[in-house]
Design a protein around this ligand. Structure first.
Ligand code: SF4
Length: 360
């Protein structure tokens, strides 16, 4: 629900007075220098203020201007960054400093739209720099701000969905102060960091408790809504069904993987679909040894198997080894006769293939 103009005025008034009384005096808040503001934003990504502060101070001291950072040796930048982790941030930062120094004469672009074109700057960072340094009335929406808006205005859409993002953006655009966007954005971020914290916010002591949707409905724990998409892993499994007479070589699956405790065949996992079995010999020396002793035939059908977090593409080959041939099996593998194979616990996919191949 988008607040009307009167609600916005009231919200901004309360928020600003809270901020003026409660905010932490942080060095990057005392400056309008876009270079220093940008440095602080890069350092504070995935980093707590207390941890990031000494790094910010060291960088400002060692590289007081964007030209100094641009001229630095990358190894020195990485050394100064040491301990902060996510080293790609430091490399991107160094790259961006060169971009600003060389392509923009050392001047950061003055609008969020132009700032977005610099390497490594997302919506939030571009809006933060544009509002803090150049007073552009754009909302800087980080995780703190999402939480504050969702709770106070009762936004129940998933903040990670496209519709949710649009809804949050519309409320944020309405709320941002046109007179003092820098203080407004700092205040929203600080309010989320200090007062409307993720777990157990102290609502009794909150300036918005008489109008906050989450407090009224006791939904602080449910807002904001953030539905993580499942990451699906694609795997390519290649099974070699070693057969001697009616006996098959099988083994029990162990370890932290799918189908633990069930029985399957010699398995070779590849990074891409394996159409040529020769390519698999490199991945498994056992297979190479077995291959010398028997005849390989492909099961023409390629099986797809869907698990909660995984999509499996599975191929099978029969490897017929003459009864006269003696073979040594690796540890954990054994021959099982027809009856035993029938009895062993198997993944449903293995059972299906054996039936479709008329073994069971
Ligand atoms: S009342 Fe509670 S949930 Fe609402 S803004 Fe204040 S701290 Fe956050």
């Amino acid at each position: 629900m988008i607040p009307d103009d009167l609600e916005v005025i009231d919200f901004n008034r309360r928020l600003k007075s809270w901020y003026l009384e409660n905010h932490r005096p942080l060095p990057w808040r005392e400056t309008k220098d876009p270079y220093k503001i940008w440095l602080s934003e890069v350092i504070l990504q995935q980093t707590r203020v207390a941890q990031g502060m000494p790094y910010y101070e060291r960088f400002v001291e060692q590289y007081p201007t964007v030209f100094d950072l641009a001229a630095a040796d990358e190894r020195d930048v990485l050394r100064l960054w040491q301990g902060l982790g996510y080293y790609s941030r430091a490399r991107n930062m160094h790259f961006t400093a060169r971009q600003v120094a060389n392509d923009h004469n050392g001047r950061f672009p003055e609008t969020s739209e132009k700032l977005l074109k610099l390497k490594g700057l997302g919506q939030y960072t571009a809006a933060a720099i544009a509002s803090f340094a150049f007073d552009e009335p754009v909302p800087a929406i980080d995780g703190n701000v999402y939480r504050v808006m969702a709770r106070i205005f009762g936004i129940e859409s998933d903040m990670l969905s496209n519709e949710g993002k649009k809804e949050f953006a519309a409320v944020a655009r309405q709320l941002v102060s046109k007179d003092d966007p820098a203080t407004y954005n700092q205040a929203m971020i600080e309010f989320g960091a200090l007062q409307c914290v993720p777990a157990s916010p102290n609502c009794m002591a909150c300036i918005f408790k008489d109008s906050c949707f989450a407090y009224e409905h006791q939904m602080q724990g449910q807002l904001p809504v953030k539905i993580k998409k499942l990451t699906i892993k694609h795997r390519f499994l290649n099974y070699i069904i070693i057969r001697q007479g009616d006996r098959l070589v099988m083994h029990e699956r162990r370890g932290r993987d799918i189908w633990k405790g069930l029985y399957d065949f010699l398995l070779i996992e590849s990074k891409a679909p394996a159409t040529n079995p020769d390519s698999l010999t490199i991945l498994d020396p056992n297979f190479q040894n077995f291959l010398k002793k028997g005849r390989l035939t492909e099961v023409p059908k390629v099986y797809s198997h869907i698990l909660t977090h995984q999509r499996l593409q599975v191929r099978f080959w029969w490897l017929e080894i003459p009864e006269t041939e003696r073979i040594d099996l690796p540890h954990g593998m054994a021959f099982y006769n027809h009856e035993e194979v029938e009895e062993l616990p198997k993944p449903i996919l293995i059972d299906t293939v054996l039936r479709e191949e008329n073994y069971l």
